[in-house]
Design a binder for this molecule. Structure first.
Ligand SMILES: Nc1ncnc2c1ncn2[C@@H]1O[C@H](COP(=O)(O)OP(=O)(O)OP(=O)(O)O)[C@@H](O)[C@H]1O
Length: 249
């Protein structure tokens, strides 16, 4: 298994952000984490990456306990999040160099040149990161996330702020990366088209808990719906399977 999350909890003074979440993600799988605002998706991803310390529970990535030995595996994973700003005065190239060195990437200049070609960043390489549009920044963040060719990739809304055409292109890029690298990907998204297109499994979260889990087809059948958007609305509005189970117990 590439990622094992076991009874993960994150309590803040203001309340419970993640209230006991468990799942396992096999190598090469692409899983979507779906849920409304405040459901706990970002906090879950941050705990898997080791950016946020859990209150309790365990996370292992590629067989390594992230709470004790995360330095052993960090070079084999990466993440993208709109919440993590890059140094804005540095150019795109300098940013990619800093992150590439942090991850110990060999032949870094060649890697940056390849990524710039693939993500259409050639024209932007010598511009300061602070002078980019939101969509351009998202593409640079994706380059940062791929700089070390990670086996495990965590993405927090990878196409937020992209126009539909660029978003579609980024999804195609991620799909190709997944197939070429055999990477395991966990992505939080509000975009159902994205999830239906990329994910072989969907984990639905609400108020810090997992309320459903299955392939997109399983969920459509279970809820009797034509698309994931309708399933999402059922779950968000409390008409989900979890609500029915609770009512029945
Ligand atoms: N640093 C923090 N301190 C206190 N509360 C926090 C902190 N970070 C997150 N929370 C709270 O934890 C809950 C889960 O937040 P989280 O960002 O994980 O949700 P999300 O599912 O990613 O939401 P969104 O879709 O809006 O990005 C929210 O109620 C949020 O207010």
């Amino acid at each position: 298994m590439s990622i094992v999350v076991d009874k993960l909890v994150k309590e803040y003074k203001t309340g419970t952000a993640v209230g006991g979440v468990s799942f396992t993600l096999p190598k090469g799988s692409v899983t979507g984490l779906l849920g409304g605002n405040g459901a706990g998706k970002t906090t879950t991803i941050a705990m898997i990456m080791g950016l946020t310390l859990p209150t309790s529970g365990a996370v292992s990535v590629l067989g390594v306990d992230m709470l004790r030995h995360r330095h052993q595996v960090l070079a084999r994973m990466n993440f993208e999040s709109p919440y993590v700003e890059m140094p804005l005065r540095l150019t795109v190239r300098q940013n990619l160099k800093v992150f590439g060195r942090l991850y110990g990437v060999r032949d870094l200049d060649a890697r940056i040149a390849t990524l710039a070609q693939e993500l259409d960043l050639v024209e932007l390489l010598d511009r300061p990161a602070g002078k980019l549009s939101a969509g351009q920044k998202t593409r640079v963040s994706l380059a940062k996330a791929l700089v070390n060719n990670p086996e495990v990739l965590l993405l927090d809304e990878p196409t937020a702020s992209l126009d539909p055409d660029t978003a579609d292109w980024v999804r195609a890029r991620l799909d190709r990366y997944r197939h070429e690298r055999g990477a395991t990907i966990l992505l939080a998204s509000h975009n159902m088209v994205e999830v239906e297109r990329l994910c072989d499994r969907v984990i639905m979260m609400k108020q810090g808990r997992i309320v459903d889990d299955g392939t997109p087809d399983d969920l459509l059948t279970r809820y009797g719906r034509a698309n994931l958007e309708e399933v999402f609305l059922d779950v968000a509005r409390g008409r989900g399977i979890a609500a029915e189970r609770e009512a029945a117990s």
